[in-house]
Design a protein around this ligand. Structure first.
Ligand code: NAP
Length: 477
């Protein structure tokens, strides 16, 4: 049962309204339908764009900052409701869902600070002969209407990473949340309305990826698409809208190096925690561990012990660490990849099977680069391990996939790790912590197949703005 009286309509014109059809939202643990949510299509996208256009130029930064600050306050007051919705629709264990809500509050808080502090710059025109007698300055203006498209795995905070910077930048925004998890986004829209966001400055159009996504991407009055999700969908959007600003936050196959001098117990405990949180369904879940051959056996013992302590079960239960993956199709894909990895020579250290329909946290040893569990994004509770002989080989293995979001290193020699970090082809390298670490104000995003942008309010706000130059000729007086 839903913990709160949740909105289930399309959010248009500041109200929740009926759509053309509905979609069923299921609890991934029980399979039960928890809500029927209205869906829209091209007509609703068009209406949202017209409403959004009325909000340009935007209200002044001080008003936008107040809405964001007030939103953070309301989110804090309703934190438990929000956590329960995240838990129910995404199958995220309740303690982890509370963590997502806390991070969402941070995201709005940092966005409010950006709204208050975003400034331009002066241009040193008199540094060249043609500029003598002139002054120039750049101010950062909102890029226009932003279309935001979000995935299922952080149904609240990844929506916040689109909406909060858009509001801070002064961009009206139209959100298409993931069809599997639209409820957190709708509840967030209600919170934003309560916080004073004017009607039409945000619309939420739920519905099928292409039925809503295509008209949003194609609409000539939408200036920018901000997308978080899988690579194939993201890069197809990039191709579909060559003249738009398209910001992509995509997947990863997250590697970690555990060097010979690392604290093995600590590394194993950290990896057990962050490889299996939300059943491994984070774009930076630890997926591949390259461990020095001299500590390989000891590390496997420690990792197995830590993983077997994880509590698997109902995500609504306080003690649960690992819940379900999002759909039975995901489960079937993971089972197929595990079977293939074993056929190709990997050994199951722990897990490998299901209990009560849940895939047990699984550790494989002896993964090789061509296995699905190495070269593709697993997005499930599976961590693969392989021993390495020399650091050059470990770095090459880390770099051997098309992805480049975050990577990690455990070692006692931070000076060496700083050098290794330079050679890791990832947008972020985390030393002596797992690469699953993310603080919401950090620059976050990927290179290579993992995307083309950085989020975190400071960075996202600037991405949602464009520099506008003003030059004034000053006559002699
Ligand atoms: P997905 O299948 O790519 O879906 C993401 C969003 O795109 C959903 O809202 C989906 O709608 C929509 N969509 C589908 N087809 C579309 C189209 N033709 N046009 C426009 N939008 C379309 O991804 P997911 O399974 O929800 O999420 C998992 C993926 O997200 C993983 O690859 C993960 O690594 C990535 N991710 C990346 C980050 C990051 O910050 N880098 C963070 C979290 C997740 P429907 O739901 O209606 O299909």
């Amino acid at each position: 049962m839903l913990p709160v009286d949740l909105p289930t309509g399309l959010f248009l014109g500041g109200r929740f309204v009926a759509g053309t059809d509905t979609l069923a939202v299921r609890n991934p643990y029980s399979g039960a339908i928890i809500a029927e949510v209205a869906t829209g299509g091209p007509a609703e996208v068009d209406r949202a764009v017209r409403d959004a256009a009325a909000h340009l130029p935007p209200p002044p930064p001080v008003e936008r900052a107040r809405v964001l600050e007030r939103t953070a306050e309301i989110l804090a007051a309703r934190a438990e409701d929000l956590a329960r919705v995240v838990c129910l629709e995404a199958g995220k264990p309740i303690r982890q869902a509370r963590g997502e809500v806390a991070r969402c509050i941070d995201t709005f808080t940092f966005a409010a600070a950006e709204a208050r502090t975003l400034s331009g710059e002066t241009v040193p025109l008199e540094a060249s002969a043609p500029g003598v007698g002139k002054i120039g300055f750049v101010r950062y203006a909102p890029v226009g209407i932003v279309g935001a498209i979000t995935p299922f795995n952080f149904p609240l905070n990844l929506v916040a990473h689109k909406l909060a910077p858009a509001i801070a930048a002064g961009c009206p925004v139209i959100l298409k949340p993931a069809s599997k998890t639209p409820l957190s986004a709708l509840l967030l829209a209600a919170v934003l309305a309560d916080a004073g966001l004017p009607p039409g400055a945000l619309s939420v159009v739920t519905g099928d990826g292409s039925a809503v996504g295509d008209p949003l991407v194609d609409h000539p009055d939408v200036a920018m698409i901000s997308f978080t999700g899988s690579g194939p969908v993201g890069w197809a959007i990039r191709q579909r809208a060559p003249q738009k600003h398209v910001a992509l936050e995509l997947g990863n196959s997250t590697p970690v190096i555990v060097a010979e001098d690392a604290d093995v117990t600590r590394a194993a405990a950290k990896i057990a925690g962050s490889g299996f949180a939300h059943a491994g369904q984070s774009c930076i879940s630890v997926q591949r561990v390259y461990v020095h051959e001299s500590i390989h056996a000891a590390f496997l013992v420690e990792l197995r012990t830590a993983v077997e302590r994880l509590v698997v079960g109902d995500p609504a239960t306080e003690t649960t660490d690992v819940g379900p993956v999002i759909t039975t199709e995901s489960l079937a894909r993971l089972e197929g990849w595990l079977t293939a990895a074993v056929v190709e020579g990997a050994e199951v250290v722990t897990g490998g099977g299901t209990r009560g329909g849940l895939l047990l946290p699984t550790v494989l040893d002896g993964i090789t680069p061509r296995m699905h569990v190495s070269c593709e994004e697993v997005f499930g509770p599976v961590v693969g391990v392989a021993a390495y002989h020399a650091i050059d080989g470990a770095i090459a293995l880390c770099n051997s996939t098309p992805y480049g979001l975050q990577a990690g290193i455990f070692t006692a020699r931070v000076d060496a790790a700083l050098r290794w970090a330079e050679r890791l082809e990832f947008a972020g390298v985390v030393i002596n912590e797992t690469p699953t670490f993310r603080a919401d104000q950090q620059p976050y995003g990927g290179i290579k197949g993992s995307g083309n942008t950085r989020e975190g309010p400071h960075y996202a706000v600037r991405n949602m703005c464009e520099p506008r130059l003003v030059i004034v000729d000053l006559p002699d007086v």
